[in-house]
Design a protein around this ligand. Structure first.
Ligand SMILES: Nc1ncnc2c1ncn2[C@@H]1O[C@H](COP(=O)(O)OP(=O)(O)OP(=O)(O)O)[C@@H](O)[C@H]1O
Ligand SMILES: [Mg+2]
Length: 332
């Protein structure tokens, strides 16, 4: 049992935000329990940043209820801190002074500030960077300083808007691992924004898939991947073949070969391309209706472009989607 009992860290009910006539957030309900790593995931413009800014009190909702730590959000809250993609460090202050800033604002004594700054810098592997200025640090180090500055004040909820967006892929992967471990250690609720589904799968306890200002689905990474609530979710989270009859099959679940058992065989198509990608071989197959079936096969296959090949899938691997979905990808 946590000290905070049953109080949700964040609770949104019917939240709407308009810019002129445009609804950037079009009615969102969300519950975030203490200690969760929750990710808002969706394509550019779907309202992720706006939702985060509303939770952080940087933007005021036009309608609905916004509660953080059991109290309505009214402007900047001491319970939330925001970390931005751009880091937003003070360029004329050293790392230590950047991190100390929030504590000085809270009126702590100098020794208290020093102890807390040293501790957070050490826990983020920045102990020997304390005297440097932001311009003397790498992107990954700057991002860690931004995290240290936000975490040192012990907010209840940390809001992170694409915090790894400016880093190269390798540093991004490394920081993903560090962020996850950090969140587990500090036990603070993280609400994280990204449009990168792999990053969301990697980090999150709960993923909130957003579509045009609304929530398309909330679930664990596995739930979202294995039981997408719509064609939109199936297609945004992982690659999916959307087939007639509101069926979707992941590329890794398509079976190929001349001897597929009855019940698995579904048709045949013509191989259009084949590429070796390391862990899998990717094959594009043109079906009789002209649509392309994307296949990721773990086996090295002897097929070549132009070959006709039977394909199929197991019933349990087919995702059955609600009938009211548009059958093809419409975003990104
Ligand atoms: N201050 C503003 N004035 C007018 N329109 C805005 C404003 N802020 C956001 N919008 C619009 O609201 C929509 C949602 O914006 P938001 O920044 O929340 O998207 P996002 O999901 O964070 O996208 P991205 O992945 O590109 O950061 C967009 O269409 C955007 O153009
Ligand atoms: Mg954004």
């Amino acid at each position: 049992m946590s000290q905070t009992g049953d109080i949700l860290d964040v609770k949104l009910r019917g939240v709407v935000k308009r810019f002129g006539a445009f609804e950037a957030v079009a009615g969102i309900d969300l519950d975030v329990a203490p200690g969760q790593f929750v990710t808002l995931l969706g394509p550019s413009g779907c309202g992720k940043t706006t939702t985060l800014r509303i939770i952080g009190g940087l933007e005021r909702a036009d309608a609905g209820e916004v509660m953080v730590a059991g109290a309505p959000v009214d402007g900047d809250s001491r319970h939330t801190r925001m970390v931005f993609q751009s880091y937003a460090l003070f360029p004329h202050m050293t790392v230590a002074r950047n991190v100390a800033f929030g504590l000085r604002m809270n009126g702590l004594t100098k020794p208290e500030i020093e102890t807390q700054v040293d501790a957070i810098l050490a826990s983020l592997g920045l102990a020997d960077q304390a005297g440097k200025y932001p311009r003397q640090l790498s992107g990954g180090q700057q991002q860690r300083v931004a995290l240290a500055r936000a975490l040192v004040t012990r907010p209840r909820v940390l809001l992170l808007d694409e915090p790894l967006g400016a880093l190269d892929l390798k540093m991004r992967r490394r920081m993903q691992g560090e962020l996850k471990a950090l969140q587990r250690d500090v036990g603070i609720t993280f609400i994280y924004v990204t449009h990168d589904q792999e990053e969301a799968m990697n980090l999150s306890d709960v993923i909130v898939v957003m579509e045009k200002g609304r929530i398309a689905q909330v679930g664990t990474p596995e739930e979202i991947y294995r039981r997408p609530a719509s064609a939109y979710v199936a297609d945004f989270v992982g690659e999916t073949n959307l087939l007639p009859g509101n069926i979707a099959v992941r590329p890794e679940n398509i079976l190929l070969g001349p001897s597929l058992p009855a019940g698995i065989a579904r048709g045949q198509g013509v191989v259009r391309s084949k590429a070796f990608l390391g862990a899998v071989t990717r094959i594009d197959i043109e079906m009789s209706d002209g649509a392309i079936l994307v296949v990721n096969s773990p086996r090295a296959l002897t097929v070549a472009a132009g070959d006709t090949i039977p394909f199929g899938w197991r019933d349990e691997d087919a995702l059955i989607l609600p009938a009211d979905n548009s059958p093809r990808k419409e975003t990104l």
